[in-house]
Design a protein around this ligand. Structure first.
Ligand code: TMP
Ligand code: ASP
Length: 254
């Protein structure tokens, strides 16, 4: 790992040059940040869990024909991904009011929305990822109109897929965030799903008790963050219960 060239280090992941041209190794750290990096902690085992959960979800999405950057998991903390040019947008889909929409519009957390709502945020840490409209995206050329169509259609398909997947695990998919990237297939340029899908990027509530099983446990100091992520992994059938914590605590990366 140390011999590889680091391409980029973000708040929760590191990207290294991959073994083949056009590939990248995505390394999942244990770091958690919130409020644009103001709050920080190391949560032992989080990276291992997110690597596994994101792999499981990306493979499921590929099975229904959604192109993603995921190639294969390499080890406990790393996956091989396709290199792409990240589009500087965060696409959020909401099914139930929570977080910033509740604050902004005064809708009680937990209120089901009349239909899935898609929102756009400009990916710019210095500005705290401000919410934007399609007008801004078009005017500043952050994504082409056909790319927007592709991303919104895909985001809604991902919402349907994930809602079903999590319902089967007794979990309500409240909302989630997606990122996309551009790849070149010969002459053709297209958009694929990138980044990760994990309890860091979704709100997941237990269907019965509404207990939070996602990063809000960290944002709101509710404790047992890694345990909640492990519960999500267990319910998705990714890891057997008595394996989860042991696996999460295993520092091995090979
Ligand atoms: P929000 O309610 O804070 O706008 O968050 C909406 C969803 O997006 C929620 O599932 C958490 C996720 N999210 C990220 O993945 N990264 C971020 O930087 C933010 C602000 C939210
Ligand atoms: N990812 C963002 C940060 O690190 C915010 C969040 O997820 O709440 O600050």
């Amino acid at each position: 790992m140390s011999r590889r060239k680091k391409i980029y280090e973000g708040k929760a992941k590191i990207l290294y040059e991959g073994p083949e041209p056009g590939t990248i190794v995505q390394y999942f750290k244990d770091d958690a940040t919130a409020f644009n990096g103001e709050k920080h902690a190391t949560l032992e085992g989080k990276g291992v869990l997110n690597n596994r959960i994101s792999e499981h979800i990306m493979l499921g999405l590929q099975r229904i024909g959604i192109p993603t950057h995921f190639i294969k998991r390499l080890n406990m903390r790393e996956q091989l991904i396709r290199q792409c040019e990240i589009i500087p947008l965060e696409i959020v889909v909401r099914n139930v009011a929570a977080g910033s929409i509740s604050k902004r519009l005064g809708i009680e957390e937990g209120q089901p929305l009349p239909r899935p709502i898609v929102e756009y945020y400009f990916k710019k840490d210095e500005l705290g990822d401000p919410m934007i409209s399609e007008e801004h995206i078009n005017a500043f050329g952050w994504a082409a109109p056909h790319e927007m169509d592709e991303m919104v259609t895909t985001a809604l398909r991902v919402n349907d897929f994930l809602s079903g997947l999590f319902t089967g695990a007794g979990i309500r998919l409240v909302d989630f965030k997606l990122e996309f990237g551009r790849v070149f297939d010969g002459e053709m340029q297209r958009v694929i799903l990138a980044d990760e899908i994990s309890p860091d990027s979704c709100r997941l509530w237990d269907m019965e008790s509404n207990e939070k099983l996602d990063k809000d446990r960290f944002r709101r100091d509710l404790g047992n963050v890694t345990e909640a992520y492990a519960e999500v992994a267990r319910r998705l059938g990714i890891m057997r219960q008595n394996n989860v914590v042991a696996v999460a605590n295993d520092e091995g990366t090979s």
